[in-house]
Design a protein around this ligand. Structure first.
Ligand code: FHN
Length: 469
């Protein structure tokens, strides 16, 4: 009897499983990820809107490389600080020693976020893991992270993401695809240790799939535990990473958080090291020119120029080659006048402090943005090909003229199809300026002294959307 019952039970169980298999999520649907690359123009515009309005963000390169800070065994590097494991040819085990010295006791998330916010920055992108493979967050799939392997033992990314939300800044992560610490990867270059860093590293073919799974697990940790609004990929140029890999990773990350924005370095969308955009068809939501401003911007695509304040991304104690605040503000204006975003970098020390030279510049930029930020936020590119005295941006019926070289008496503006209804300085909005438009071109009478020695902004209210003649 028992045997018959047993057989009946078995048959019943098999039937139930078969039905569940048919009526549950079909295995095909469950395994085919949604293709987010083909979203509608409206959906994409909606997703990108905060980022396009933001125009200005802080990049933060912070990690173990801040410990040597550009010097190793008495030798000073001319290379960027976060590449020390490569230029000093440091084997993995030796590089790991830096974890014992990485104890950022002076780290204060509120200070960092306030420095960004007060500079007028609307988002902050921080290195969750750079090429050296060290995770600046508490990762369950790696002990090579700040909680498990340093005296600090806390998770600064939890504080930073919370602080960004509290202060109204978009929190974003940088993540390197190339990973010099992961056992799947190695260096095969003359004179280089197999486990040092290197621009072109290799991957063990039988471990490539496992490494991609490792990345996806870490990315799931990053997205679900810290809720970033942008994932800024990098280290994608290696020959073992393909555009298809990028497309898959793009879809994976978007499946975790559909509203997230992803840069074009998730795949092969950048041109060489400059990050210029190869344009549509490549995975990623924006182009990433690096240390440069494309002469005429990148037309028809979203793009962001990322740049350092001195010559290094990661902290280097002897790099004092700081750009002036004038250069930084004029870069911001130039980029906005071409329709791009400016991601300006700081490299904090191993103690968790943003260098004073950076803080000073951020404060001075903030003073300028307080008066003139409306000529940057949410603006579109200049209607003019070029302007000898400065740049222009536009927003609705308003044209912003950003004057670098203050003229004597009158500002000559190229002709517009529009009628100028009012002109005034953002520094003195109550005072209308005299405008002469009789000859087609536009002459605006200016006060003797420029309100700002770096860049003074005039706002022109027009009878419609700005149109150059
Ligand atoms: O190799 C990195 C470099 O260290 C830095 O992170 C820059 C920032 O955009 N990205 C790579 C070089 O293109």
């Amino acid at each position: 009897m028992a045997r018959t019952n047993y057989l009946v039970l078995l048959l019943l169980a098999a039937a139930v499983l078969a039905i569940a298999g048919r009526t549950g999520p079909s295995s095909a649907a469950a395994q085919t990820p949604k293709d987010y690359l083909n979203e509608s123009r409206e959906a994409r515009d909606q997703r990108m809107s905060w980022w396009r309005n933001a125009r200005f963000g802080m990049f933060i390169h912070w990690g173990l490389y801040a410990v040597p800070a550009g010097e190793y065994k008495g030798k000073r590097s001319k290379d960027t600080g976060e590449w020390i494991q490569s230029w000093a040819n440091i084997p993995r085990e030796e590089y790991e020693q830096f974890t014992t010295q990485f104890n950022p006791v002076k780290f204060d998330a509120a200070d960092w976020v306030r420095a960004a916010r007060d500079a007028g920055m609307q988002y902050l992108v921080i290195t969750s893991k750079h090429h050296d493979g060290f995770s600046l967050f508490d990762s369950k799939v790696s002990n090579h992270d700040i909680v498990d392997s340093t005296p600090f033992k806390k998770d600064p990314m939890a504080d930073l993401s919370r602080e960004c939300r509290r202060q109204g800044i978009h929190f974003c992560f940088y993540y390197s695809i190339m990973d010099w610490h992961h056992p799947s990867q190695y260096v095969d270059a003359p004179g280089k240790s197999r486990t040092a860093g290197n621009g072109q590293n290799k991957i063990l073919p039988d471990q490539r799939a496992a490494y991609i799974e490792y990345m996806k697990t870490q990315l799931k940790e990053l997205v679900t535990q810290y809720d970033p609004d942008v994932l800024w990929f990098d280290g994608e140029w290696t020959d073992w990473w393909t555009e298809q890999d990028g497309k898959d990773l793009y879809n994976y990350v978007r499946s975790l958080k559909p509203s997230i924005i992803v840069n074009n370095r998730v795949g092969k969308g950048r041109q060489g090291m400059q990050g210029l955009n190869k344009g549509p068809g490549y995975a990623g939501d924006f182009g990433t020119p690096e240390q440069e401003i494309p002469a005429t911007g990148l037309s028809g695509v979203d793009w962001e120029s990322c740049m350092t304040m001195n010559d290094t991304w990661g902290f280097v104690s002897h790099d004092e080659n700081w750009k002036s605040t004038q250069t930084l503000i004029r870069n911001l204006v130039d980029i906005a006048s071409k329709g791009g975003n400016y991601l300006l970098n700081v490299g904090p020390t191993a103690q968790g402090v943003i260098p004073e030279a950076s803080v000073t510049r951020l404060r001075e930029i903030g003073r300028w943005m307080k008066v003139n930020g409306e000529a940057i936020y949410g603006t579109g590119p200049s209607p003019f090909k070029s302007l000898g005295w400065g740049r222009a941006t536009q927003k609705g019926n308003r044209l912003y003229l950003v004057v670098f070289s203050w003229p004597d008496g009158r500002l000559n503006v190229p002709p517009l199809k529009n009628k100028v209804q009012r002109a005034y300085l953002l520094a003195d909005p109550g005072k209308n300026l005299k405008v002469d438009q009789r000859t087609g071109s536009i002459a605006i009478e200016l006060p003797g002294a420029a309100p700002d020695p770096i860049a003074s902004v005039l706002a022109l209210e027009l009878d419609g959307i700005p149109q150059a003649r």
